[in-house]
Design a protein around this ligand. Structure first.
Ligand code: PHE
Length: 383
């Protein structure tokens, strides 16, 4: 029996839904029943004619008759139904056109079924929102860019690394206590291998220094962004997986002055020209001498206070530790000597920083876990 619009006696959401379902199934049935031009015209008139078309009746019998408090809901429904009806009239129209058109107009490769009712290729595509750059990736890219402008190229290497590259060739002798500072996650079941072949999750991006020097002869200038792992329990400032940005420059006559000048310039470029840098003695097995570099706190401007409050990010010291660095230890060059890295002829500097920590500071985020929980409400702030 043909569908007719009934008056609504009940304006509850459920009743409205029921009435609308009844209408849409009739609409679908009638759309499918259109087989020729005159059927199409009848179909369009029946649903869309100003005078007495189904949509007009909905306007009169549902919307105008609705009690005041039900109006907005009915209005919304009526609008939706109008769009739906218009859409289905288009569907019926396109189907007729498809049936008439010779197949070669579609390149000949569309399945005949398409011309009947499987897929309506005339409907608009699905909208997929474009994502945003993750704050850690954004920070990494910005930092990498600073070094690219200085002529550095980007290098990378594996996250699952051998003991040789992660430790031995970086001058961590077997059983040396400096290995303990790295909280290494080892791959299980490797007892049968020699120590240098055993696999682990790299604890820093420094192994890529060796891997690159094995492949490229000096001079080199590279930045190495990447993920690293350490066996740290997660808290507001630690995660077992995090990101580093490493740098290495090797040439004849590279001095500690080059290291300081390069890093000072990079920090001014990244954080703003008013930041100062400070280098304090430190230790890494693969650099000698080694240093930690601090930048003056870009949050409090180095004063250690924010108004009447203490500045928390710099713990009131006015300085923030940003990276570890130093002159490449000659013992490291010994491992790649055959590729042109004779420690008597070349020298170099290296540095490594935590991208996540820098992103935390830069964007004023107080919990590193937020970076890795994948909550879109947090991440879309960078959209
Ligand atoms: N690899 C060191 C770390 O993860 C950082 C570093 C890199 C220090 C390069 C000196 C030179 O702590």
């Amino acid at each position: 029996m043909a569908y007719t619009v009934h008056k609504l006696t009940d304006y509850s959401a459920a009743a409205l839904e029921r009435a609308s379902d009844e209408l849409t199934s009739a609409l679908e049935r009638e759309t499918n029943a259109v087989t020729d031009e005159s059927g199409l015209k009848q179909f369009r008139d029946r649903w869309m004619a100003r005078k007495n078309g189904v949509l007009t009746q909905i306007n009169d019998l549902w919307l105008k008759a609705a009690p005041k408090d039900a109006r907005p809901a009915v209005g919304q429904k009526a609008n939706w139904l109008k769009k739906h009806v218009e859409g289905m009239v288009e569907v019926a129209k396109n189907r007729l056109a498809l049936q008439r058109a010779p197949l070669h107009e579609y390149g000949g490769f569309i399945d005949l079924d398409l011309r009947v009712d499987r897929v309506d290729i005339s409907l608009p595509g699905m909208h997929r929102p474009i994502g945003a750059e993750h704050p850690v990736i954004k920070t990494t890219n910005e930092m990498v860019r600073v070094f690219q402008k200085l002529g550095y190229s980007v290098a990378d290497g594996p996250v699952v690394e051998t003991d040789y590259y992660n430790f031995e060739a970086l001058n961590f002798p077997p059983n040396h206590p400096a290995r303990d500072t790295q909280d290494t996650l080892f791959i299980a079941g490797q007892q049968s291998k020699t120590q240098r072949e055993r696999l682990l999750l790299r604890t820093h991006t420094s192994p890529v220094q060796i891997r690159t020097m094995e492949k490229m002869r000096p001079p080199i200038r590279i930045v190495i962004p990447g993920t690293v792992h350490r066996n740290d329990p997660p808290d507001a400032s630690h995660t077992p997986m995090f990101h580093q940005i490493e740098g290495l420059a090797v040439d004849t006559n590279i001095t500690f002055g080059d290291l300081k000048g390069t890093l000072d310039h990079a920090m001014k470029e990244f954080f703003g020209s008013s930041v100062k840098t400070s280098f304090r003695p430190s230790f890494f097995p693969f650099t000698e001498p080694s240093a930690e570099m601090y930048v003056s706190c870009f949050i409090c401007g180095g004063s250690g206070r924010r108004g009447a409050d203490p500045c928390r990010p710099c713990k009131q010291t006015g300085w923030i530790e940003i990276l570890g660095c130093g002159m490449v230890d000659p013992n490291v060059f010994e491992f790649v000597k055959d590729n042109g890295y004779d420690p008597k002829k070349v020298s170099g500097f290296a540095f490594g920083m935590g991208a996540d920590r820098i992103a935390l500071l830069k964007y004023g985020v107080d919990d590193i876990q937020l970076f890795f929980q994948g909550d879109v409400r947090f991440l879309e702030q960078w959209a």
